[in-house]
Design a binder for this molecule. Structure first.
Ligand code: SF4
Ligand code: SF4
Length: 209
């Protein structure tokens, strides 16, 4: 189980550009999720007519389940400019990998919950850092896909695309670069990564980014 909280309204509004499909996950995160606030915000986003579909499913972190659940929305998703995901970081990464040619954005931050984390075999991992970076990294988590959890780019040690710390894995930052290049979003890398606030998950205020 994970705890998620909404990013700020201004952040989410700025992400909803062009035709937008929203995907909500009603898996484990709903326990601590402000459902009503999210529903009201999505209603507001829909007013202009840009939101073409709101999909609510459970356990989108399971790639097979996700593929099956999104099948009937294929046309709407194909036609969309943006996909907004209201789920934990694992769910967003799963959607971003499945819809690899789409701009997929996280609308929530995922915070730590001490204790048992469940048994679902997941392809992706979330370090529950409380300030989700996926919107700047093409949906690939810099905390878990980089051995050093770097949030401001590559360390420079990769060789032939492999991580210098763990040669069994691809360099996360090379993956991030390739993904952003494919999406035509390399300019995103010009963001200034703020010093990471390790206390953020334990604060009440919402993320501004
Ligand atoms: S950046 Fe990574 S660790 Fe942090 S909330 Fe997002 S998916 Fe989880
Ligand atoms: S080689 Fe890549 S994945 Fe490995 S620590 Fe450096 S930046 Fe991170």
């Amino acid at each position: 189980m994970l705890i998620t909280q909404l990013k700020s309204k201004e952040t989410i509004e700025a992400l909803a550009k062009g035709k937008t499909v929203i995907i909500n996950c009603h898996g484990c995160k709903e326990v601590y999720f402000p459902e009503q606030e999210a529903a009201e915000l999505q209603k507001e986003l829909s007013v202009g007519g840009n939101v073409t579909e709101i999909i609510t499913r459970d356990y989108i972190c399971n790639p097979d389940n996700l593929r099956f659940q999104l099948k009937k929305f294929e046309d709407k998703i194909k036609d969309a400019d943006t996909v907004l995901v209201f789920s934990c970081g694992v769910g967003v990464q799963t959607v971003a990998a499945f819809l690899e040619d789409k701009k997929v954005f996280a609308c929530c931050d995922t915070c730590p919950l001490p204790g048992f984390q469940g048994v679902t075999p997941l392809e992706f991992d979330c370090g529950q850092c409380g300030e989700c970076y996926l919107n700047s990294t093409g949906g690939i988590c810099p905390i878990t896909a980089c051995s050093k959890s770097l949030v401001n780019g590559q360390c420079g040690g990769a060789k032939n695309g492999r991580c210098e710390v763990n040669k069994d894995m691809e360099c996360g930052w090379e993956r991030i670069y390739r993904k952003l290049e494919k999406l035509g979003r390399l300019d995103t890398l010009k963001y200034e990564a703020k010093v990471r606030d390790y206390a953020k998950p334990f604060k009440e205020s919402k993320d501004e980014g």
